[in-house]
Ligand binder design. Structure first.
Ligand SMILES: Nc1ncnc2c1ncn2[C@@H]1O[C@H](COP(=O)(O)OP(=O)(O)OP(=O)(O)O)[C@@H](O)[C@H]1O
Length: 294
């Protein structure tokens, strides 16, 4: 069963094309990570699936219906990027207020316990730390036992411990068969939680694959060196670019490549080895070369 579907979805904001004929299907029980650089369109896509915005063209479905229709929205849990909580209410009161909107909610104790918030039940939300507020806002998305949850950058700004507490809560929901779509800038977060990764860039799906496949791409290293000559053919080079005397080589085994350069007596200076970020790895591997390429 498909829980969320986008068919040829385009969304414009005046002159900005935020989503560009995007297709995506999320099946029941999947935990999907949406990854992509700033402005890729992740939040826009989430807002279409959660019914807070309409596509400019194309179709969006949530649990088989229109996400703007209350019958289908009832199946949904959502935490937006920005957290707003009534400052004078206690954590337990806010939780009860949200629970009251649903016919079969989780108990307050269970919900707060799942997200490591049980000790804060009597605290006013205005007195919580930023990280505690964020955890509460994410926990509330799960109050009504939704079938599908959308989390927009759930752990941005959280320390390691708070992040792990949140991950545990998300995992518990998924283990019971819940569907989760989360956006993140962190590969680590997507690796920790998701089986499937969808990489967005400029409003399009750049890659849609297993975490393992994505991890392979993220393992790409970039070697920079200066040499006046054309480099010989070197084993393990995924891509080579040259601008003047500067050469950039992409490889999954930087050590072996440097050894080969030395063994073959290639004259070079200013050697630099660095990890390509996930986005860079994708962009470099998929984009047309901006420099001369071999
Ligand atoms: N309300 C708006 N009005 C005008 N342009 C917008 C609006 N919301 C988003 N955009 C533009 O649409 C594009 C996609 O933005 P979106 O917030 O969906 O990306 P994102 O991948 O979620 O980015 P981030 O990781 O920074 O949250 C960007 O170019 C953004 O500037």
């Amino acid at each position: 069963m498909i829980h969320a579907r986008a068919v040829q979805v385009t969304r414009r904001y005046a002159a900005t094309l935020a989503l560009d004929h995007l297709d995506l299907e999320v099946r029941a029980g999947e935990l999907v990570g949406l990854l992509g650089p700033n402005g890729a369109g992740k939040s826009t896509l989430v807002s279409l699936f959660t019914g807070t915005r309409r596509p400019t063209s194309g179709r969006v479905e949530l649990c088989g219906g229109d996400p703007r229709d209350p019958r289908f929205r009832r199946e949904l849990g959502v935490t937006p990027q920005e957290t707003g909580l009534p400052a004078s209410l206690r954590v337990g009161e806010v939780t009860d207020f949200v629970r009251a909107h649903f016919t079969n909610p989780l108990s307050t104790a269970e919900l707060l316990g799942r997200f490591g918030l049980a000790d804060l039940i009597r605290r006013q939300t205005g007195g919580l730390s930023g990280g505690q507020k964020r955890r509460l806002a994410v926990a509330l998305a799960f109050a009504g036992r939704p079938r599908i949850v959308f989390l927009d950058e759930p752990t941005t700004g959280l320390d390691v411990e708070a992040r792990r507490a949140l991950w545990d809560g998300i995992r518990a929901f998924h283990a019971e068969g819940g569907t989760v779509v989360l956006t993140s800038h962190y590969l680590e977060e997507v690796e920790a939680l998701a089986q499937r990764v969808v990489v967005l860039d400029a409003g399009r799906v750049l890659a849609d694959d297993s975490v393992d496949a994505i991890r392979g791409l993220a393992g790409v290293r970039q070697i920079g060196l200066t040499s006046p000559i054309d480099l010989p053919h070197l084993t393990g080079v995924l891509r080579a670019e040259r601008a003047g005397d500067r050469h950039l080589l992409l490889t999954t085994d930087a050590d072996a490549l440097v050894r080969e350069l030395v063994r073959r007596d290639v004259a070079f200076r200013d050697l630099e080895v660095r990890g390509a970020s996930l986005e860079e790895a994708f962009l470099t591997l998929t984009k047309e070369p901006s420099w001369s390429s071999r």
